[in-house]
Design a protein around this ligand. Sequence first.
Ligand SMILES: Nc1nc2c(ncn2[C@@H]2O[C@H](COP(=O)(O)OP(=O)(O)OP(=O)(O)O)[C@@H](O)[C@H]2O)c(=O)[nH]1
Length: 623
Amino acid sequence: MLEQLLIFTRGGLILWTCKEIGNALRGSPIDTLIRSCLLEERSGAASYNYDAPGASYTLKWTFHNELGLVFVAVYQRILHLLYVDDLLAMVKREFSEIYDPKRTSYSDFDDIFQQLKKEAEARAEEMKKSKQVGKPVNNNLVKKQGQVMKGSMDGSNKKNSGGDSENGGGDGENLKGHLLENGNFNKNHVINRELPRMVNSNGKENGSSNVGAFDVNKLQKIRGKGGKKTDATVNKGSKVEPKKKVVKKNRVWDDSPIEPKLDFTDPVSENGEENIAIVAADQGESMMDKEEIMSSESESEEEDIGKNGKVETKKKGWFSSMFQSIAGKSNLEKADLKPALKALKDRLMTKNVAEEIAEKLCESVAASLEGKKLASFTRISSTVQAAMEEALVRILTPRRSIDILRDVHAAQEQGKPYVAVFVGVNGVGKSTNLAKVAYWLQQHKIKVMMAACDTFRSGAVEQLRTHARRLQIPIFEKGYEKDPAIVAKEAIQEASRNGSDVVLVDTAGRMQDNEPLMRALSKLIYVNSPDLILFVGEALVGNDAVDQLSKFNQKLADLSPSPNPRLIDGILLTKFDTIDDKVGAALSMVYISGAPVMFVGCGQSYTDLKKLNVKSIVKTLLK
Ligand SMILES: Nc1nc2c(ncn2[C@@H]2O[C@H](COP(=O)(O)OP(=O)(O)OP(=O)(O)O)[C@@H](O)[C@H]2O)c(=O)[nH]1
């Protein structure tokens, strides 16, 4: 049984909820959905699993991008309700007809909803009975104005752009957007931040790509109404011949003037120096003047792809595609977005963004654009690029600010040292960058102590001692083969005694799969409850970034003795000076962990520590 169905605006205003169904939800599934999915670029897939004490829910959603509405359904996961996609689509369609931005109450929708629910349930029942999934459903039920039935009745959820619908499990999330920044979705209006229009392919009513169960109504409708451009031709009579003629004409036109080359700017030249500028927090503008080049480049990429024989391009021909690019198009469809997204994905990957992340981001951007109207004089590639840019900024902008200096002062007031633990795989630069952070803190008149808790690798203690000596910072060390959790504990006690404000804990490098070492790290964290767990990762990593961070977090969670295990709070990206424009690791790491990049190491001296400049990173990623 459906537990809840909620309609709200991207701005967070709840317009309608179903009062009659379900009991009170346990936990806060919708809050969590918003925080974990809508606020992140994860809308590629179509469902989200939420576990509360005593209840496991699946949430599904759809968006009306034009109206800026969000529709969310919640049901008990064990039920595997087959009609939810269908119901959401119908609710979306019906509600959008009565929606008026000036209205806040929609009690008249109660009855409509009950009717829609009955219909959806009946269709699902019927679908179940007719064993063949692709068999037509009783069309009487699909009466309404040409609605297109979703294709998810068989539970396999084909239409979702994102793909795996029901599983919601695995990684669970997938929305993108971002409603709230701080999370709380309270009953009155809630969402502080705008939901970046993402449409979950679920509820797309334009039907075109919703290839659900074979639906006669749909066919009739398409035939009657004529599927867009093709229709004009078809309506005129004989199908085959006129079509051929048109195709021929298009090809002739295509060959010569072709629209793409209205832009005569030079291609972008990639020079490595810019990447270093990217990092410097105050040099963000250095690449501002490249903006036009960026967009012209992306446009031509899209066009190139179009020329590579995509079916889409063929259908449109020169005139229609030019018309589309200058005069706007009714509604964007997934196929329209595909070439531009493919180009964007490739570009992100050349910047070392992990493939999986690039893929998810593109799905998410597609979902946010599908069904939207393309503004006049706007090209698809520009629209896609703008949406991606927004998405990247959103991802990279910390959702919660971690201000170390502020937190250190807060700890000082409580009379206890602030503790930061540096974790990561071997050789990424933990000790070196710990020393840089120590130096930075010193510059802010903060008394720092180092704790040599890499009791595993020989030479590690001496290495840290060298940094301590150079910086004239006290170090707490107990040699090797000691329990690092105990060494850290004693170091913190010592810091309390000697009045240190901050303890920086160095730990042994460990591979994310090394269970004994990961267990030891979990214990260190559990025993000492540090204020900050900083993951130190190399900016050089590509696909491995995802594995490292997700497994670190997973192991910290699984191996912790605490029921509320701590995870990584922030990221320190090292060796940024060596990566040229391959800045993708920053994106991959933030995306996969949700933790912000707090520092960037860009050299081997103590002063080579900077803050991430989000704008510049985004520009480099899209360049
Ligand atoms: N170019 C460059 N090199 C760096 C940076 N940070 C660290 N390194 C170098 O990376 C190498 C490894 O640094 P360490 O600090 O020993 O790394 P670690 O993670 O403590 O090593 P383990 O203790 O073995 O896990 C050293 O040669 C550092 O000088 C950086 O930001 N840029």
